[in-house]
Design a protein around this ligand. Structure first.
Ligand code: BV8
Ligand code: ZN
Length: 238
């Protein structure tokens, strides 16, 4: 059931909460001009993300996969956090659990951000495992190589790869200890991230979905706010 509660009710609920946690997906960065995964504009040379964000795709053609990431890094480098990211950052006590790899929450000023799927600005050697921050846009020659000579890969979690145990534990801890969970801009299709909202509800949190569209979560949350993040979050949080 979709409860259309007045924004005032929701504001009161969020304001009076002891602790608020926000779970975000690519939809929160859409208003920053970053294509979402499944929406229009998410395609690159007609490839679907699911077919490129995999260890197999990288093993088959590391240069192609790196061209996709270099293209995205170029877009993300030009993007700015939007009103949605900034509204969350006005509340430094909020823990952000994000599926996004664009680091816009950190750039908006949120001090506690758990990146479930890693960061597009991190590169990791497939041989010696050395990990570093690589801000170069564009990367001069693709695929980049480590000092040890082996290929570097994007420091993100691909489909079929496990999430880093520490980050996953922190994310579960955050959503099961908050009073209000805002689920913003995710189609709730990718696991295990999509299991966090039901987990929060089970642990007693009030779960509010902020998404212009219906998602598989919509019937399971307490309230749905059918608005874009940039419009809804300043009203709910500021
Ligand atoms: C794992 C990093 C096992 C890379 C990403 C069958 C059933 C269930 C699960 C599976 C299955 N087959 C396979 C699986 C597992 C798989 C999975 O869930 N697949 C899905 C597709 C079915 N999951 C995995 O493989 C995960 N690992 O399970 O490992 C394991 C365990 C232990 C040890 C070894 C192995 C790993 C998943 C991580 C994949 N990596 N990203 C990169 O970014 O390049 S996922 C990728 O999708 C992004 O992180 C993205 O964030 C994420 C989810 O997408 P969304 O963020 O939700 O974005 P989307 O476009 O879908 O939706 C946008 C939403 O925003 C929409 O609802 C739209 O309406 C809304 N919106 C638009 N504009 C706005 C807005 N909202 C608000 N405001 C707006 N303005
Ligand atoms: Zn190396």
């Amino acid at each position: 059931m979709e409860f259309r509660r007045s924004v005032e009710d929701l504001q009161k609920r969020v304001r009076s909460a002891e602790s608020v946690c926000v779970l975000t997906g690519s939809g929160i960065s859409a208003e920053s001009g970053i294509p979402t995964f499944r929406g229009a504009g998410g395609l690159w040379r007609n490839f679907r993300p699911e077919s490129l964000a995999t260890p197999q795709a990288f093993a088959n053609d590391p240069k192609l996969v790196w061209e996709w990431y270099d293209w995205r890094r170029g877009i993300i480098a030009k993007a700015e956090p939007n009103a949605g990211h900034r509204a969350i950052a006005t509340r430094p006590e909020i823990t952000v659990v994000t599926q996004n790899v664009d680091s816009l929450h950190q750039r908006a000023g949120s001090p506690r951000v758990f990146e479930l799927h890693g960061s597009i600005w991190t590169v990791r050697c497939i041989q010696c495992g050395e990990e570093q921050h690589d801000p170069r846009v564009p990367i001069p020659d693709l695929p980049p190589r480590c000092r040890c000579g082996a290929l570097l890969r994007p420091g993100v979690v691909w489909f079929g790869e496990g999430l880093s145990p520490g980050v996953w534990d922190n994310a579960q801890q955050a959503v099961t200890s908050c009073d209000v969970l805002l689920v913003v801009g995710t189609s709730a299709l990718v696991y295990p991230a999509a299991s966090l909202a039901p987990l929060a509800k089970q642990a007693g949190a009030f779960v509010i979905e902020v998404n212009p569209d219906e998602t598989p979560l919509s019937t399971a949350v307490h309230y749905t706010v059918r608005q874009r993040a940039g419009d809804a979050l300043p009203q709910l949080l500021e």
